[in-house]
Design a protein around this ligand. Structure first.
Ligand code: SF4
Ligand code: SF4
Length: 78
């Protein structure tokens, strides 16, 4: 099963809650501002993400989502 972690940078207000709760220390605040003049969070170490969804639950602005990727299945013979 493949998952995708997505951060909507322009929803993020850079509060750092998700950075603090991530058990794998995946997240960091960017040094570049977003459209709301906040420093948004980004995945600094995406390879360490275990898709636990703690960051999604914690974010008050619903800026983080995890989606399940649909894998291509081999076609059945007719
Ligand atoms: S899903 Fe879990 S491991 Fe991945 S960034 Fe969020 S809190 Fe960290
Ligand atoms: S908890 Fe949400 S608003 Fe706060 S830094 Fe993380 S993604 Fe941004």
């Amino acid at each position: 099963m493949a998952y995708k972690h997505y951060i909507d940078s322009n929803r993020c207000k850079g509060c750092g809650l998700c950075v603090a709760v991530c058990p794998k220390k995946v997240l960091e605040l960017s040094e570049e501002i977003n459209t709301k003049s906040y420093f948004p969070v980004y995945q600094a170490r995406p390879e360490d993400c275990i898709f636990c969804a703690t960051c999604c639950i914690m974010c008050p602005d619903m800026a983080v989502t995890i989606t399940e990727e649909i894998e291509d299945r081999p076609k059945q013979p007719a």
